[in-house]
Design a protein around this ligand. Structure first.
Ligand code: ZN
Length: 161
């Protein structure tokens, strides 16, 4: 089974949002950006069910030039290896020290690269409760690149349970 290119709708348990925020914030309190991925099942051609937030192995950098974080390829492989065959990495989240936007570096980061992959940027090191409306939610469209979803699209496409 593969991830359908037609996914439109995601259900996200509230506990996944709070778990994600805890993991992101823990590193943020040290002044470091952090990455969390959302894994889940495909329900049908248009719907996926997020089941858990996972913190992959990652390296954060901090310098005068700013912050960055990356997941080494081997850390991603390790994560994918332990996932059951019907569980996929559907979204990636990472924090920024200030505003949420998809930077040029974020655009070239192919941690996940399937058509329809979701990349969420969480502002202010996740200091506040994680609400998608406060984040930059981006979708990867093959041939176009990462496209930021509008607030209306985010509320239509993500259902928090
Ligand atoms: Zn970024």
């Amino acid at each position: 089974m593969r991830i359908p290119a037609t996914l439109q709708h995601y259900t996200v348990p509230a506990t996944v949002l709070s778990d994600s925020r805890e993991m992101l914030r823990e590193r943020g309190l040290k002044g470091l950006e952090a990455v969390v991925v959302w894994v889940g099942n495909v329900v049908d051609d248009t719907t996926a069910r997020i089941t858990a937030a996972v913190s992959p192995g990652q390296i954060a950098y901090r310098s005068d030039a700013g912050c960055a974080v990356e997941v080494p390829p081997e850390a991603l492989s390790e994560l994918i290896e332990i996932l059951p065959d019907d569980v996929f990495v559907l979204a990636r989240l990472h924090t920024h020290p200030t505003e949420a936007y998809h930077s040029d570096v974020d655009d070239t980061n192919m941690l996940i690269s399937h058509h329809g992959a979701i990349s969420i940027v969480v502002p202010y090191f996740a200091r506040d409760a994680l609400k998608l409306a406060r984040c930059s939610v981006n979708e990867l469209r093959h041939g176009t690149g990462w496209v930021e979803l509008t607030a209306a699209e985010v509320s239509r496409r993500f259902t928090v349970l």
